[in-house]
Design a protein around this ligand. Structure first.
Ligand SMILES: Nc1ncnc2c1ncn2[C@@H]1O[C@H](COP(=O)(O)OP(=O)(O)OP(=O)(O)O)[C@@H](O)[C@H]1O
Ligand SMILES: [Mg+2]
Length: 489
């Protein structure tokens, strides 16, 4: 149970590490790992085999040399020709390159000839020996100079002493080292070739995937126009097809959405324009014909009073004239509200000033007005109308709903934007609870703003007043003109 737990934890840790690197690193890692593993395993195995073979070979060689030397040493030993024996040893050593030493011990155990020059190593004599009836005896000596095969062979069946040779295994080490080096170089070369091949493979494999990743990011940021290139007919090719189909569907949906949005904007523009036109027409009608008629009525009443001298009639005519005058006044106010001619004739600032003054008079509310950046210069008529209607709707709401004591209207320019801020200290409301239908005012403001690429932000909460921010981008030329204007002042 505990073991399983550990195993799971380790698997998780390993997967975390492997999973964190990209596919390229994974494939390269696998290839490199395999090549290195195989290279190292092969090197170790070859080394072991080679070492063993060379050791055996050296062994057999040294036995042969020792036996040959023992056979030839028989006469010299029996005749006690130690000089001849010495020459035999020297020749044997000269003819066998790996032979480190050779010496002969007589039957009393005295060393009668050796190849060491002056000093014979202490303890070497007793390191190996052989009995008369043995073929030979071997010992592997470990010395400062490396391993040495020491072979002892009885001379003349042991009656004439023992011949000893020592074959150094130094060449064995050199050969093994050389072969190991060669194998390692081969491994490195194989690894290089493997990595190049793997890099090529991963490039082929990951290129379409990376392309898809990039295109997915483009789609996420709203660009549906790009299509992935199909590289091959495999799974990735199918994924590419699916991706392209998805992009196409998204692009189609986006086109339809844009079309619908455009149509909606068109309708809203038409409605707003028609509304404005209608208001204009009614305002003109009220002014041109209804006002004219009432004015004529006033004049008629005056001439009627002039022609008759009855005090009763005078009183009634005065009363009627008062009523007509009031109706005329109301009519003017109504016409102004419907479509103030000031807006067309004198511009936004004058129209708003007039409207705010009307509101103050009508409601008794204290309304601060500041339009520091609005000069005599005319803005786009659509923008002027929109701003006027927005201020109108916002102040109407303040009067109708807010129960406020003060309100303020600020219109200013900032960073190429025209911003209107309408604030009151009234009861406030929860903007989130606004539903679409029934309330045309705030929604109308939002629509008007959106049509001119502007936006509405409502800041309000029950009990803490209301602030509307409406912001429009200004055309660049307009802004530049204004900048020059204000520098000149
Ligand atoms: N300044 C304000 N202070 C308090 N409440 C407000 C304010 N402005 C709007 N509201 C609230 O938001 C609601 C929606 O306002 P909106 O102007 O959209 O519609 P409305 O005034 O009710 O109707 P209309 O379509 O005639 O304008 C209002 O009914 C009112 O409850
Ligand atoms: Mg309203």
């Amino acid at each position: 149970m505990n073991e399983q737990h550990w195993l799971k934890r380790w698997a998780a840790v390993i997967w975390q590490v492997i999973g964190a690197v990209n596919i390229r690193a994974k494939i390269l890692g696998i290839v490199l790992g395999l090549v290195v593993l195989m290279g190292v395993a092969a090197t170790i195995e070859v080394r072991l085999l080679l070492e063993q073979t060379l050791t055996n070979q050296a062994y057999e060689h040294s036995v042969a040399v020792a036996r040959d030397m023992a056979a030839r040493a028989t006469d010299f030993t029996l005749m006690r020709d130690y000089y001849g024996l010495f020459r035999l040893l020297r020749d044997t050593q000269a003819n066998n390159p790996g032979l480190r030493y050779a010496f002969v011990v007589d039957s009393e155990g005295t060393i009668v000839a050796h190849t060491f020059g002056t000093g014979f190593p202490v303890g070497l004599r007793d390191a190996n020996t052989v009995t008369a009836n043995e073929h030979h005896r071997s010992v592997l000596l470990t010395t400062d100079e490396g391993d040495i095969w020491d072979i002892a062979v009885p001379i003349f069946d042991g009656r004439a002493g023992i011949a000893r040779v020592g074959l150094s295994l130094a060449t064995r080490e050199q050969t093994v080292a050389a072969v190991t080096g060669q194998l390692l170089i081969t491994t490195i070369m194989a690894a290089a070739v493997g990595i190049t091949a793997a890099a090529l493979l991963t490039w082929i494999l990951t290129r379409p995937i990376l392309q898809l990743v990039e295109l997915t990011k483009a789609v996420a940021s709203g660009d549906f126009s790009r299509r992935a290139q199909r590289w091959a007919n495999d799974e990735i090719g199918k994924l590419t097809d699916a991706f392209n189909a998805m992009s196409e569907a998204l692009a189609q949906a986006e086109r339809e959405r844009a079309e619908r949005e455009q149509m909606r904007a068109q309708y809203v523009t038409q409605i707003i324009t028609a509304q404005e036109e209608e208001r204009k027409r009614i305002a003109r009608e009220l002014h041109d014909s209804t006002s004219q008629a009432l004015t004529s009525l006033l004049i008629g009443l005056r001439s009627l009073a002039d022609r008759h001298h009855s005090p009763e009639l005078h009183r009634q005519v005065d009363e009627l004239r008062g009523i007509v005058g009031q109706v005329l006044h109301d009519l003017h106010a109504l016409a102004r509200q419907l479509r103030p001619s000031v807006l067309d004739d004198l511009g936004l600032a004058a129209a708003i000033q007039r409207y705010v003054a009307d509101c103050r008079a009508r409601s008794g509310l204290t309304i601060d007005l500041a339009m520091p950046d609005l000069t005599d210069e005319r803005l786009d008529p659509a923008l002027e109308t929109a701003l006027y209607r927005i201020v109108q709707e916002a102040l109407t709401n303040v009067i109708r709903h807010a129960h406020a004591t003060t309100a303020s209207v600020v219109i200013e320019r900032q960073n190429g934007h025209l911003r209107a801020i309408i604030e009151d200290n009234g009861c406030g409301f929860d903007p989130a609870s606004l539903s679409g239908d029934g309330h045309l005012g705030l929604n109308g403001i939002r629509e008007r703003a959106a049509l001119l690429n502007g936006q509405l932000i409502i800041e309000s909460a029950p009990g803490s007043g209301t602030t509307l921010y409406v912001e429009f981008p200004l055309p660049a030329a307009n802004e530049e003109h204004h900048e020059r204007h204000s520098v000149g002042r």
